[in-house]
Design a protein around this ligand. Structure first.
Ligand code: GAL
Length: 826
């Protein structure tokens, strides 16, 4: 056994680097934020920060108070968000701060809840957001180079940063003004891509410029930069992002800050669903605080929805659920939420010890250690961690022996009693189900075709070139769609193969108004070669190519330069004898967007002649569909089931819910077949685990926020189906708690709860030694009649109930297993 004692740091008064010696903003209720090597210092006190990311545009203002309150009830004291530049400034100097972009309203809600806030301006944010948050129109500015030292980029970045800072100042949102914001971030993970950039000197100058520009804003709170350890400019705090950050070593005199503890992972159309087990997430948090961490943020605490055209990627789904503690719709995800809540309560109760205590470590081997934090008054708080993948251990510490399961941390708030172990989940599992809603069955559909003609005449906004242009720059990302149209005259009817080399993401080819073929790239290499047999008739022929993007890239060195569309082609017509007509330098007419978009079909204006005669067509590409539906009763979240459709966009009451693509089936991955929370969690290198949904529809259900619906009235759903699907299968559902389950040991409190007013309708399982099945489908074990009686009496008809697992519940016939499994239905 090896014992190492780190000497307590000098008195706080000597070490605190007072960032803002006086409150930066004169005012009655100003809060001073500074830091030292242990923690943020807020009004003279070192604090631990338990924070969660909630991205305001990924939910609705009506959802914000509930999400924030749930975060607070879950034991957090801080809310973090990025700022979404291309959402706020869709066109140069045209701003949007309304609806789910009302950033001030969002921060006011955080303040109202009595929580702190972290403002991550970026304004490059990554975040699986379209183009990493940067507006595509930046590309129109001459000499623009993203994220390097150049006047055009720095000028635009500064203009936007100032705009946000000034908005926040005007609303008194910074701590020094009595507001909630205690930290601000500039740039995002620049260090991860810096060495891959084309000009290293320019990169260094840029990141130093970022820090200086940020500090010049005088926000009165520290600025942070995440993942910037190699080239950290002065006057910014470096922070860590990842699944684990306990080994992160901040620079001298800086606290250990974890800006992104990934609670799960984002989903792409071709991928199954990622799940990070609650045990592992709790382990990572406990390890961080055991190892002097003091600021920790969950990325994401609520992931939400990529409404409209906001997904990045490409190929990130419209859902940004993230397996976060609050699900896409804002429901509590159990057991993750509850398991973390218990840990937060422990950590909060140990706050003083963690940030003021003298730290003393006892190592048992290189993966097992006990850490003791002792205050001057002699009181102490301890952690014992076991980072072995599969060895449960007995650890003898200060005269007592503790059983510490593999890959877990025990928390002993008094250094004697284990009050919490990250591997022992004492919270119920809730299985959420999508319940069919009777009010929306048998919808009556109407339709309109997308206008594909005229083939070549110039519409307003169109232009001509004798070359094939890149799509992002050409269309400034105003729409997913860009038309490339040309014509050629043929002496006689002739068969060809049409070849189009494109950089993605999708391509439709029409010859004389008829669809000749459709292809999309696979996720990853977006470049592909389209090919389809086509017939040229004698005389004039029209070739119209429709290129579509599915969210612009958001990550990587020079990510913005990754092209989309038919850049240079070639586009060729090849005869059976291999001779070819190269159309790459023909006259191409360019037109951004669809006709239906230009007349805003989704707003269902009165002059539109929707038809339903003789019947709406099915599997017809380029069709707009519409139906009316009633709002499902109650408070439960509403989703629309789009299985049966192919690819397109869905609107409800004129609001864009996002792209849908239910014809995209998630692939098979080994991670669907293994799930052991023990051992490092990873979402790459074929090391994924705990995946679900292999071979299933990538995303079948799409969130319809309640606030988009007319309470008690009729609503309009409009679909643009680009690839051909069946709207008659569309139905609406509500998201409710189905089964709830818990495993309890003697002495535990068994708490079961439904949600949104639902009550427990049956107790299904009360058995010892259940080895098979998952919540909702447990089998086997020895049924305990006493437990069934006690739980039935206490829980049936109730929204929630708590029963203590005492001898009374114990079953004589349990044959050794003392773990009681309970399953109930809400
Ligand atoms: C980080 C990035 C975040 C987000 C996350 C993955 O690298 O900073 O913005 O993209 O990865 O969800």
């Amino acid at each position: 056994m090896r014992t190492s004692t780190s000497i307590a740091r000098a008195a706080l008064a000597l070490t605190v680097l007072v960032l803002s010696a006086v409150c930066s903003f004169p005012g009655a209720s100003c809060t001073k934020v500074s830091y030292d090597d242990r923690a943020l210092v807020i009004d003279g006190e070192r604090r631990i920060i338990l924070s969660g990311s909630i991205h305001y545009p990924r939910s609705t203002p009506e959802m914000w108070p509930d999400l924030i309150q749930k975060a607070k009830d879950g034991g957090l004291n801080t809310i973090e968000t990025y700022v979404f530049w291309n959402g706020h400034e869709p066109r140069p100097r045209e701003y949007n701060f309304a609806g789910n972009y009302d950033i001030i309203r969002f921060f006011s809600e955080v303040q109202k809840a009595g929580m702190y806030a972290i403002l991550r301006i970026g304004p490059y944010i990554c975040g699986e957001w379209n183009y990493g948050g940067l507006p595509a129109w930046l590309r129109d500015i001459p000499d623009m180079q993203f994220r390097l030292h150049n006047q055009p980029f720095e000028r635009e970045m500064e203009t936007f940063t100032k705009l946000i800072v000034n908005k926040m100042k005007d609303a008194n949102m910074f701590a020094g003004q009595g507001g909630p914001i205690i930290l601000a971030q500039i740039e995002n993970e620049y260090g991860n891509i810096q060495s891959g950039l084309p000009d290293q000197q320019s990169a260094t100058k840029y990141i130093h410029w970022c820090a200086e520009m940020a500090n010049n804003q005088n926000v009165g709170v520290p600025w942070i930069m995440c993942q910037q350890s190699n080239d950290l400019p002065p006057n910014v705090l470096e922070t860590c992002n990842g699944f684990y950050c306990h080994n992160f070593k901040p620079k001298e005199n800086m606290p250990k800050i974890w800006t992104e503890n990934w609670t799960g992972w984002f989903k792409a159309w071709d991928k199954p669903d990622y799940h990070r087990p609650a045990e592992d997430l709790a382990y990572s948090v406990a390890m961080f605080f055991q190892n002097r961490g003091s600021v920790q943020n969950y990325y994401m605490y609520h992931g939400g929805t990529n409404f409209g055209r906001t997904t990045g990627g490409p190929y990130i789904t419209t859902s940004y659920d993230y397996d976060a503690p609050l699900d896409e719709y804002g429901n509590i995800r159990q057991p993750k939420y509850g398991h973390l809540k218990q840990l937060h309560a422990m950590l909060t109760s140990m706050e003083k010890h963690l940030v003021y205590g003298q730290q003393n470590e006892t190592s048992f081997d290189d993966k097992v250690k006990a850490t003791k934090y002792t205050l001057d008054d002699g009181s102490s708080a301890c952690f014992i961690s076991n980072s072995h993948d599969n060895e449960d251990l007995n650890v003898t510490f200060e005269g007592s022996t503790y059983q510490v399961p593999a890959w877990s941390v025990s928390v002993l708030p008094d250094c004697k009693t284990v009050a919490y172990n990250t591997a022992k989940v004492k919270t119920q599992t809730s299985v959420m189900v999508k319940k069919e809603s009777a009010v929306t069955q048998g919808l009556k559909w109407f339709w309109l075709p997308e206008l594909l003609k005229p083939f070549c005449t110039d519409r307003s906004g169109s232009f001509r070139r004798n070359e094939l242009l890149e799509q992002i720059v050409t269309g400034a990302d105003k729409s997913d769609y860009l038309w490339y149209k040309t014509s050629l005259t043929s002496g006689a009817e002739e068969e060809f193969t049409l070849y189009v080399n494109t950089t993605g993401h999708e391509l439709y080819a029409f010859v004389n108004g008829e669809l000749a073929g459709y292809q999309h790239s696979v996720n990853g290499p977006y470049i592909f070669q389209f090919q389809a047999p086509v017939t040229m008739r004698a005389g004039k022929n029209y070739i119209s190519l429709l290129s579509a993007t599915v969210g612009l890239k958001n990550y990587g060195a020079s990510f913005e330069l990754m092209p989309a569309g038919i850049v240079g082609g070639p586009v060729k017509l090849v005869r059976p004898d291999s001779s070819a007509i190269d159309l790459s330098h023909s006259t191409w007419t360019y037109e951004t967007g669809l006709y239906g978009e230009s007349i805003q079909i989704h707003l269902d204006k009165p002059n539109l002649e929707w038809s339903c005669h003789p019947a709406v067509p099915v599997n017809r590409p380029f069709s707009w569909y519409k139906a009316l539906f009633h709002t499902p009763d109650g408070e439960d979240a509403v989703v629309v089931d789009l299985a049966g459709l192919n690819k397109g966009v869905v609107y409800v009451n004129g609001r864009n819910l996002g792209r849908y693509w239910p014809s995209y089936i998630a692939g098979n991955m080994d991670g669907c077949h293994r799930c052991d929370y023990r051992g490092a969690y990873k979402t790459w290198d074929n090391q994924e685990k705990c995946l679900t949904g292999c071979h299933e529809i990538g995303q079948q259900f799409y969130h319809v926020p309640r606030s988009f619906l007319n309470a008690g009235g009729l609503n309009t759903i409009v679909l643009f189906e680009e690839a051909g699907g069946d709207p008659t299968k569309v139905n609406f559902r509500t998201v409710v708690v189905g089964s709830v389950c818990i495993n309890a040991e003697k002495g535990d409190a068994i708490t079961l709860a439904c949600a949104n007013g639902g009550t427990i309708s049956s107790i299904d399982v009360t058995s010892f030694g259940v080895a098979k099945g998952q919540c909702g489908a447990y089998e086997g074990g020895y049924e305990s009649k006493p437990a069934m009686e006690v739980l039935s009496a206490a829980c049936l008809g109730k929204e929630s109930c708590t029963v203590h697992y005492t001898d009374e519940l114990d079953s004589a016939g349990s044959e050794g297993s003392s773990v009681l499994t309970v399953q109930a239905t809400c």
